[in-house]
Design a protein around this ligand. Structure first.
Ligand SMILES: Cc1ncc(COP(=O)(O)O)c(C=O)c1O
Length: 372
């Protein structure tokens, strides 16, 4: 018996809880004398929220009240912004909250005791295995192609009678490429219409690839599609936890049942509404990060490094066994980056000085990733 079991008086969680990986959040950088520290490990927006958002939050005082459980103001603003009915939008505590609501509604342990299956590409967003496992469903992970893309043919071939949900992550965190509109449509048409296809577009505003899928277009066309979006990345509101799903009424009715009551606080709702009202400023900031991303990827390619198409606010270094070593070297330069075991390193686009320091490290690193 472990000490934690003793302390819990022998209480045990559901077996799946013991088997799940722990979510490893990006670490803050270690302080290094004489160097400003930068956190490039969590795909955060390095820019603060726009001033109108900060002012609107500071003016709020009604915290003795619960928030509007339906986030009506935000859903109305989003309906206008996306040109969709407000009824089709369900908010959550981040898009992760929206994803958990979706899994609670559509995947888990059935009455026959057998687990549903949820298919997703791997490596992808590291919260997926945890969310799926906690829902009671079984994860079916389909390896990415060598250039970090979803292998949609293999994902379609993995569908069984138990498949309830498929997660498409575009751009894929941590590798960066999008799924294209053409391949997504072929994929949706090729899987049974009673399987829910989730298009996770957490980084949608950073995408510049013209052939990229637009989740909202897919939602308009297909009743089994759910789009996930967030205010955490482009809007720079990760700390306030607000995201949402968009789906047709046939699905949305069940998402509402599974939605956590009061998941979005009034501060988060207000911040999101004001950020949408000032979207031109958000776009300007996003463009500055996209410019930096393109500077970083061009710099790496000039060095001869293989970098998958980077459409989010991060780049992927396929460093294999050298991943930990590279992360360590970055740490010594007061940059925290995210190493994933012996697979690779994800580096978020940060402040220009941080990005330049990262490129300087790459210029002297002698074991660059090459196309395999
Ligand atoms: C692909 C993807 N989806 C969803 C999320 C969750 O974002 P949030 O819950 O902050 O909206 C992230 C965050 O890193 C992500 O990378």
């Amino acid at each position: 018996m472990t000490s934690s079991e003793t302390m819990a008086g022998g209480v045990r969680p559901r077996p799946v809880v013991d088997r799940l990986p722990r979510y490893a959040a990006g670490k803050p950088p270690v302080a290094v004398d004489g160097l400003a520290s930068y956190k490039l490990s969590s795909n955060e927006n390095p820019l603060p929220p726009i001033p109108a958002v900060v002012e609107a939050i500071a003016a709020q005082t009604d915290f003795n009240r619960y928030p509007d459980p339906l986030s009506t103001k935000l859903r109305t603003a989003l309906a206008d912004f996306l040109e969709v009915p407000a009824e089709d939008i369900v908010t959550g505590a981040g898009s992760l909250g929206a994803l958990n609501q979706l899994l609670a509604a559509f995947a888990g342990q059935n009455d026959d005791g057998k687990a549903d299956e949820v298919i997703y590409a791997w490596r992808s967003f590291e919260a997926y295995p945890i969310c799926v496992g906690l829902s009671g469903a079984h994860s079916v992970r389909i390896p990415l192609t060598p250039d970090g893309r979803h292998d949609l043919d293999a994902m379609a071939a993995a569908v069984t009678v138990r498949t309830k949900v498929i997660l498409l992550c575009t751009p894929n965190n941590p590798t960066g490429p999008v799924v294209t509109a053409e391949e997504t449509e072929r994929f949706i048409n090729g899987v049974p219409s009673d399987v829910v296809v989730v298009i996770d577009e957490a980084y949608q505003e950073f995408v510049r690839a013209e052939d990229a899928v637009d989740g909202i277009r897919m939602y308009r066309k297909y009743p089994n599609v759910v789009v996930l979006r967030t205010f955490s990345k482009a809007h720079g509101l990760a700390g306030l936890r607000v995201g949402y799903s968009v789906s047709q009424p046939g699905l949305t009715q069940y998402l509402r049942v599974a939605a956590t009551p009061f998941a979005v606080s009034q501060i988060a709702e207000q911040a999101a509404v004001v950020s949408l009202q000032n979207f031109d400023q958000v776009v300007e900031r996003v463009q500055s990060l996209v410019d930096e991303r393109d500077r970083v990827t061009a710099g790496l390619r000039d060095l001869g490094w293989f970098i998958p198409e980077a459409e989010g606010n991060f780049v992927w270094l396929d460093l294999g066994e050298n991943s930990a070593e590279f992360a360590q070297l970055a740490g010594e330069r007061a940059l925290s980056v995210r190493a994933f075991g012996t697979e690779g390193v994800r580096v978020s686009i940060g402040e220009p000085e941080a990005n330049s320091r990262f490129l300087e490290l790459c210029a002297i690193y002698t074991k660059p990733p090459r196309r395999s």
